[in-house]
Design a protein around this ligand. Structure first.
Ligand code: SAM
Length: 345
């Protein structure tokens, strides 16, 4: 669990308010880019406190926009702040903040989806994976269309210990649509238990910190927002490659209202499907009549370990794709029906 840190370890010189910066640089939020700004500094302080102690830390803020969260991070007394912002309109306002905290801020006009985080921080900050997390934090309030694919990518980086995790167990404090945060943190049996719950919780300790009501943003989004904190685990709960875990978990949740064997079946080609599904479920000790949301983490671990053994014995199995088989079957069926001679009288 993140230990909430202090804000206001460093006093910024007097600056125009964030709202005034928006007016000064004409930074109207672009709805089509899902830009919603957080201007209330009490809330940005609260968000930043969820990251833990930031005094002398190295922080990367993704999508700083007009800089509300940025101010709170600087006030926490960080050593270095790297800002990655895609929309060029925000760069002049961010430069103004950078001048108020000389030598602390680096601004990158770029896309976090393509930015190479492996060289973002000094080498001396690297920690062994088993040690305490490094003094490096990622913080951000990104559009939801970016934050969900990004967390999947960063979870894969956690499992490979690369990207931002080349420095060790780098912690992340990020915002998500409230329902996505509920999925990220859902327990077995919970309504929101899903692929995201397993993928995030097998690699990280995940904490749903607090909800920011939609009204707190300008303009107001249609949904509420949750702040989620991630700390990579020393030992993943499922010790198999990310892609294998993803395939098993995706298959299980494919038919989320049905018994779990229905999704698990789709891991196997049609010929021998029933026998191999039974073999997998029996060896993994999973009751086939459980619903996907009822499966525990250790049951997912058993399924992944057993499926891995089956893949090792049959090297063609892992590349088998249920949807592709369905598509080919449909096409063959269509070709046959089109080649039937038309009936004549
Ligand atoms: N963090 C600011 C706040 O809380 O007021 C702005 C939040 S706004 C929802 C999202 C910000 O992320 C915008 O400034 C947008 O330009 C930026 N952004 C969107 N996609 C991005 C990407 N792929 N890489 C970096 N920045 C991005």
């Amino acid at each position: 669990m993140a230990v909430p840190g202090k804000v206001a370890a460093f006093r910024l010189p007097p600056l125009p308010k964030v709202g005034e910066i928006i007016k000064l640089f004409r930074l109207k939020a672009q709805k089509q880019l899902s830009q919603n700004f957080l201007l209330d500094l009490r809330l940005t302080d609260k968000l930043v406190r969820q990251a833990g102690e930031l005094k002398n830390a190295y922080v990367c803020e993704v999508g700083p926009g007009p800089g509300g969260i940025t101010r709170s991070i600087l006030s926490a007394g960080v050593e270095q702040l790297l800002l990655i912002e895609k929309d060029i309109r925000f760069i002049p306002g961010l430069k103004m903040l950078s001048e108020a905290a000389p030598g602390k801020v680096r601004i990158v006009h770029g896309d976090i989806l393509t930015y190479n985080m492996e060289k973002a921080f000094p080498n001396h900050l690297k920690k062994n994976w088993e040690d305490e997390p490094p003094d490096i934090h990622i913080i951000g309030n990104l559009p939801f269309s970016v934050s969900t694919p990004l967390i999947i990518r960063w979870l894969e980086n956690v499992s490979k210990k690369d990207g931002p995790f080349i420095y060790g167990r780098t912690q992340m404090t990020l915002t998500f649509q409230k329902e996505v945060a509920e999925r990220l943190t859902a327990n077995p049996g919970g309504k929101q238990r899903s692929r995201l719950s397993i993928m995030s919780q097998h690699l990280c300790s995940v904490e749903n910190c607090f909800i920011i009501p939609g009204q707190a943003f300008v303009p107001q989004p249609e949904v509420d927002v949750a702040v989620v904190h991630f700390t990579p685990l020393v030992q993943p709960k499922i010790q198999q490659p990310f892609k294998l875990v993803e395939k098993v978990v995706r298959s299980v949740f494919q038919f989320r209202r049905k018994y779990c064997f229905r999704g698990i079946e789709t891991l196997f080609p049609e010929s021998g499907r029933l026998k191999r599904t039974e073999q997998l479920m029996m060896t993994a000790n999973v009751d086939p009549t459980l619903r996907p949301s009822q499966l525990s983490m250790s049951q997912f671990r058993n399924l992944c370990n057993t499926y891995r053994k089956m893949c090792d014995e049959d090297p063609g199995l892992f590349v088998y794709n249920y949807r592709e088989e369905l598509r080919l079957k449909k096409r063959a069926h269509l070709l046959i029906s089109n080649s039937q001679p038309e009936e004549t009288e």
